[in-house]
Design a binder for this molecule. Structure first.
Ligand code: FES
Length: 118
């Protein structure tokens, strides 16, 4: 594994249509999401609305519904879908040999501003 990537665990440990979080000192938590079609995505684990923990939401298709107020967030882009406006940073993620990797540089991420109420 190249030194600039961090192994954060086995993809098999993330349930289909589920998520895990990665906590890295000095950084925002990262939500690692596994979709029903077995794709893996990573987002900063804060909803762009009021910072709900996206990793505790329901994954459907390539989106997650925030557990607090049900905004739907694209896992691919971090953008709020539908009428809602806001965006959470995405984090590059790869699966190699069944292991989930994120770039070491992803551990330094700015905090996510709270979106204005719609
Ligand atoms: S905090 Fe996510 S929808 Fe409100």
């Amino acid at each position: 594994m190249p030194a600039d990537w961090i192994d954060i665990g086995a993809v098999a440990d993330i349930p289909l249509r589920g998520a895990r979080t990665v906590t890295i000192a000095g950084s925002d938590d990262i939500g690692i999401f596994r979709t029903g079609d077995d794709r893996v995505f990573a987002l900063v684990n804060r909803c762009p609305h009021k910072h709900g923990p996206l990793s505790q939401g329901i994954v459907h298709g390539h989106a997650v519904s925030c557990p607090l107020h049900n905004w739907r967030i694209s896992l691919a882009t971090g953008e709020a879908l539908g009428e809602d406006k806001g965006c959470v940073p995405t984090v590059p993620v790869e699966v190699r040999d069944g292991r989930v990797l994120i770039p070491r540089a992803a551990t330094v991420i700015a905090t996510v501003p709270v979106a204005r109420a719609a």
